[in-house]
Design a protein around this ligand. Sequence first.
Ligand SMILES: [Zn+2]
Length: 116
Amino acid sequence: MNKKEVFEQVSYMEEQIGQLYQQLGDLKNHMSELLEENHRLSIENHHLRNRLDKDTEQNEATSGDTVDKDDASIGEGYDNLARLYEEGFHICNVHFGSPRQDEDCLFCLLFLNKTK
Ligand SMILES: [Zn+2]
């Protein structure tokens, strides 16, 4: 191996190390995005679970039968969904349960009107 070849090999390795370093940085960014998303979803899950528990309790307290669909329980279900929407979550079947990020959702609004 002559000097030129050695120099070329070293340059090549240097380049590869640079690329690996960049890939590592990208992976780190991606990982922190995933951690943030995970955290957000945990909070959302917690929120929805609380809501579900509360609704189940209410349903058991009022009717004792969750399948019962008289006018009162439909109105109550509508109120719950409307409240969930007001709290910033999707209630449409397209994005159900995910945060709305302060934007009105056409699907949700259509759904609310249809249910009302
Ligand atoms: Zn929606």
